[in-house]
Every structure is written in C-alpha cells, then in structure tokens.
Design a binder for this molecule. Structure first.
Ligand SMILES: [Zn+2]
Ligand SMILES: [Zn+2]
Length: 319
C-alpha cells in the first residue's frame, strides 16, 4: 500500500500533468482584435459620446476601455464551464446560415431552426450545431437589452430624486461588455467559416495556414495601430431604426470583406510594418466597430426613454 501522503502527492502530480496536457492540446483561442484593438474600439467610442447622454459615461473612459477585452478574459481553461458556455458568443459563420433570412430575433428560435436544418442534413449535421455556427448577434442584442434596461432604471431613479450611483456602475459594465462583441463583429474573420485559413476551393491561392487570424487582429494591430489612427473616422452617433436588423446588416458588411483580409495577407500587408492598404483597411474596420458601438449606446439611451407597461403583455402566440 502507498502511504497516504505519498498517494496524495502522486494524485496531485497526475492532475498537474493532465491539466498541462489539456492546455497544450487546445487550439489557441481567437481573441478578436487582441487586447489593443478591443481597448481602442471602446476608448474611441467613449470619446464620441454626445453631450446629450449622461456625463458619468464620458467620465468612465478608463473603465469602459478596460472592459473592451473582458469576455476574452473568460476563455481560460481554468474556468472551464465559463469558457465552454461563452466561446460561441464571439463569432457567427454567416455562410452556414445563408438559408435563414432574416435571422430570428431570439436565440431559442435560432436554435430550433438550426436543429431542423441539422436533421435535414445528415452528411454535415454538426455544421449546424448552434455552438459551431456561433451566436454573435444574439449575445450582442442581449447585452444591448441589459444596457437599455439599466438606462431606463437610471431615468426612473433620477425622476424620483434617488441616488443613481449603483445603476451607473451597472451601465458602465454593460456598455463596456457590449463593446467586446460589437468589436468582434467588425473583424471580418469573426463572421465566416474562413476564420483562420482558407477552406474549400481556393483559386486565388489564399493561405490555408492557421496564423492569419491572430497575425491580422493581434500582432499587426498591436505593432502598427493606435486609437489615434482611427478616432477621426468615427462620426457622431445615429439612432438605429431596428437595432437587430441593423446589427445583422453590419455583420454582413463585415463578412463581405473576408476575401480582402486574405488578399491583403497574401501580399504581406499584415507582416511586420505591413502595407498602406492594410493600414487603411484595418483602421476602417476598427472605426466601423467603434461607430456601431456608439450607435448602439445612443439608441439604447434614447429607447430607454420610451415608456413600457409595468408588466408587458405576453407576445402573441406563434407556431
Ligand atoms: Zn479573433
Ligand atoms: Zn471576442
């Protein structure tokens, strides 16, 4: 028999070895825009908050910028359940849902459509698992909803002459958290099956290697771009007529630029100091992220003023 303390040590050692094996065998997570890009996108959006929105938000620039990369801090194997549950929030492979137009408003209706498609496509059934397709627009609208609800609370407390201190903290968190997903959506490689190396027919000879994703969004951005390089491209906010539809259209525009990323990569645009064309392309994508984020903040603020019934009636039954 092994003495108890030796057995414990052995167990601990085996657990350590197993954990290392798990960490080493996992593919590197794709962290859209890396730390720098996410921080800049949030930062630039805060700088453009108009004077008609609450001042405390503009004063929270440091906190909101810090929160840009926050969901990427939830992707560590040390917190497995968290990593596992929220990984699909960072992307959507739009090619896999080209048959589903418009996308349903709620995530469970989306799941249902995907499972129906899955049952009808036995050859590639798992391509249609929600976690393989990605849930980008759903998490974005859910955090947008949290922000809007918190703004509404803020308005009510203000009207009642009560302290807004606590709800301000919630608003800052939701605004910063929202920025992460909106920024992911401006990175074309977060909207496509071509997310890290070209797959399928490849007449233009694009890279099939698995380095393009992080080379573009992390290494190239960190070495060559700062918030100052794209701040001037972001205009004052507009109210979105239909936040979900407008957001999906934004993802589709991003998806339309996938080939351009590969073509810039092919000509060395993202290597070392890169090219002028790659710089223009990337700064415009970062600016598109800040602009959409600012527009969503602004729209949430305006919509939070619209009175809602205390207990909203249930939606009409759908089949
Ligand atoms: Zn990424
Ligand atoms: Zn992300």
């Amino acid at each position: 028999m092994v003495p108890l303390h030796t057995g414990k040590r052995l167990n601990r050692w085996l657990i350590t070895v197993a954990l290392f094996a798990i960490v080493l065998s996992r593919p590197q997570p794709a962290e859209a825009w890396g730390n720098e890009g996410h921080t800049y996108i949030n930062r630039v959006a805060v700088d453009k908050i108009p004077a008609t929105m609450p001042l405390f938000l503009r004063r929270a620039a440091a906190e909101i910028a810090y929160l840009g990369p926050e969901p990427d801090r939830w992707r560590n194997p040390a917190e497995f359940a968290l990593k596992n549950a929220q990984e699909p929030d960072h992307f959507i492979d739009l090619e896999r849902v080209s048959w589903l137009d418009p996308l349903p408003l709620g995530r469970y209706e989306f799941y249902r459509k995907l499972y129906e498609k899955r049952a009808a496509t036995p050859d590639h059934a798992d391509d249609y698992l929600p976690e393989h397709v990605g849930l980008q627009p759903y998490i974005t609208m859910e955090v947008y909803g949290r922000l809007k609800a918190a703004f509404r609370e803020y308005r009510q407390l203000q009207t009642a002459h009560q302290s807004t201190q606590a709800v301000q903290q919630a608003i800052i968190f939701y605004a910063g958290w929202l920025g992460h997903y909106v920024a992911d959506g401006s990175q074309p490689l977060h909207t496509t099956v071509q997310y890290n190396g070209w797959v399928g027919p490849n007449p233009n000879g694009y890279t099939t290697g698995h380095g393009i994703h992080s080379q573009f969004e992390t290494a190239y951005v960190a070495a060559n771009i700062t918030a100052k390089d794209f701040g001037a491209l972001v205009k004052s906010p507009s109210r979105l007529a239909d936040p979900f539809a407008d957001y999906v259209a934004y993802l589709k525009r991003s998806n339309g630029l996938v080939e351009q990323v590969y073509s810039l990569d092919k000509t060395g645009g993202f290597t070392g100091k890169g090219s002028r064309a790659a710089f223009d392309f990337t700064t415009h994508r970062l600016a598109a992220g800040s602009q959409m984020l600012l527009d969503l903040w602004y729209t949430a603020w305006l919509e939070s003023a619209v009175p809602v019934p205390e207990h909203a009636p249930p939606p009409p039954a759908t089949k």
